[in-house]
Design a protein around this ligand. Structure first.
Ligand code: DAH
Length: 341
């Protein structure tokens, strides 16, 4: 039917013209051409309706109304699109605040470890590692701690149930335990390396202490060992002071108190000045000249070489630098705390 075909042609041409109208003015031109009340093509089509036969009329009329509605609706839709502000039309509003991606960060203790290694590296110390599960030989015997020494008391150590420990561990045969000090690593290094030696080892140690603001059952120590022909106590004090000042970024006074460790002679306990802290001092660890018995146990000749060693608690340095009041913050895993570093 010719008339029906004309409707279809009109419809597709009108819809295409509306779609390609890029501005409100274009749209108005298209509207006048297709829907204009005076000379629009819709009006012409309407005029043709009269030519339809009586039987055709209901069908043709229905189709005419459909086309008219479709084109009018398309005109309105296009008008809405063109009237939107430009930026919204492209779904990009550059004035909206951005969304910050959440970035994780390294744990403060991991940052401290990296910094300790860096500082000691500048003094010529290389980094070595040792196992956290130790045998009694490395934790005690080789460090000159005799069988009946109170330091071996099971109440002061985390011994492992024998059934949980696979046989082995150098020089083992005896009980195994979570190391209570990183001094064990000194032995492992000297067993395998001839002097001179300049190493540090940083890692976890375990003690069944009562937990409070400054004590934990697990903490980190930095162990240092320097062996050579003429290593002496004055060098020990200088290295420790330079290290503390490099890490804290300002002058620190270190205080050396005579003490006793089975593996050093003489031995000292080391305090650092801490203004505002009760008494003005806080203990940071032990140190001394490596005991000749220890040198002998690893096959060195105490007549030929000497050395110093030290073991520092790492958390207290980190706490002092960042003014952290409680050692438990390090392990509570509270993001509000961790975010600050
Ligand atoms: N291992 C000792 C402790 O955990 C600290 C220590 C003292 C380490 C003297 C040393 C040292 O290397 O020579 O209490």
């Amino acid at each position: 039917m010719d008339l029906m075909q004309q409707f279809t042609d009109y419809e597709s041409q009108a819809l295409a013209a509306l779609q390609s109208a890029g501005t409100a003015e274009d749209l108005e031109t298209v509207r006048i051409e297709f829907l204009g009340a005076k000379n629009g093509r819709m009006r012409d089509l309407q005029g043709l309706l009269g030519k339809a036969t009586k039987e055709e009329k209901p069908l043709v009329g229905k189709r005419f109304n459909e086309v008219k509605e479709a084109v009018s609706a398309a005109l309105e839709a296009r008008r809405r699109v063109l009237s939107r502000p430009k930026s919204a039309a492209s779904d990009l509003d550059i004035t909206l605040p951005g969304i910050r991606p959440r970035v994780g960060r390294r744990h403060p203790l991991m940052q401290t470890i990296a910094e300790f290694k860096d500082i000691m590296g500048r003094f010529g110390f290389t980094v070595v590692e040792g196992p956290e599960i130790e045998d009694e030989f490395h934790n005690f015997n080789a460090l000159n701690i005799p069988e009946d020494h109170p330091a071996r008391d099971p109440l002061d150590m985390f011994y492992l149930a024998a059934a949980n420990v696979s046989a082995g561990g150098a020089g083992a045969g005896g009980a195994m335990l979570l190391r209570s000090q990183t001094s064990t690593v000194q032995i492992r290094v000297m067993e395998q390396t001839p002097p001179p030696i300049r190493v540090i080892s940083i890692g976890r140690v375990y003690r069944p202490d009562v937990i409070d603001a400054t004590h934990h059952c697990m903490f980190h120590q930095m162990e240092g060992l320097m062996i050579g022909d003429t290593v002496n106590m004055a060098e020990l004090k200088t290295v420790l002071r330079l290290f503390a000042e490099a890490y804290l970024g300002h002058e620190v006074t270190l205080r050396f108190r005579p003490s006793f460790f089975p593996f050093t002679e003489p031995s000292v306990e080391v305090d650092m000045s801490w203004e505002g802290m009760r008494g003005g001092w806080v203990e940071i660890g032990g140190a001394g000249m490596v005991d000749p018995n220890v040198l002998r146990a690893v096959g060195y000749d105490p007549e030929q070489v000497s050395g110093f060693a030290f073991g520092f608690g790492m958390e207290r340095f980190c706490m002092r630098r960042h003014n952290i009041q409680d050692i438990r913050h390090f392990t509570n895993n509270d993001v509000k705390f961790l975010k600050q570093f």
